[in-house]
Ligand binder design. Structure first.
Ligand SMILES: [Ca+2]
Length: 178
């Protein structure tokens, strides 16, 4: 009888230890799972940002690609003389693809110069360059008949999307599509 009681006492002791270990394990598991949830949430946030970056980049590239290869009157690379007043927009006054060279706005703006909603901390910039028709990675300082347009979208200074397109002088968008 006494022996049985002793066994019970011992068992009780182990139970307490087990409870302690179990509690510790649960706590560790909870912390681990919370960390995982945090990672998933951060992952979703990152994905949403990449999607937004892609949209901002594509929107700008579509706008640029709808413009003519070069200005009709006295074409220069970049904004033509009388267009210089629009260096900070609105881009509705831009009439050829290289007018966009050097464009940068943070937060990004639409073509009428209205800030795009929910884009705090975002930056969108454009560079345009003449490139070698046989090797488009090679930038040229003279008219080559091929322009390379690069749209870069950044979030808090980190590049989230880069879109590159080539535009040939042999291809013109129909005026009705502009
Ligand atoms: Ca122009």
């Amino acid at each position: 009888m006494h022996r049985k009681h002793h066994q019970f006492e011992t068992r009780k002791g182990f139970s307490l230890l087990e409870v302690s270990i179990s509690t510790l394990l649960v706590a560790v598991l909870m912390i681990t799972s919370l960390k995982c949830v945090g990672a998933v949430v951060r992952g979703r946030g990152m994905t949403a940002r990449y999607v937004q970056a892609e949209q901002l980049a594509q929107e700008m590239m579509t706008e640029i690609m709808r413009k003519p290869y070069r200005d009709n009157s006295l074409p220069l690379f970049g904004l033509e003389l009388l267009e210089a007043v629009y260096i900070n927009g609105p881009r509705s006054n831009y009439d050829d693809v290289d007018d966009y060279n050097g464009w940068s706005a943070s937060p990004p703006k639409d073509r009428t110069n209205t800030t795009i909603t929910n884009t705090t901390d975002w930056q969108r910039q454009v560079s345009v360059a003449w490139v070698n028709k046989s090797a488009p990675s090679q930038v040229l300082l003279y008219e080559s008949g091929l322009k390379r347009i690069t749209v870069t979208v950044k979030y808090q200074g980190t590049t989230m999307a880069t879109l590159v397109a080539l535009r040939s002088q042999d291809f013109e968008i129909d005026a009705s599509d502009r």
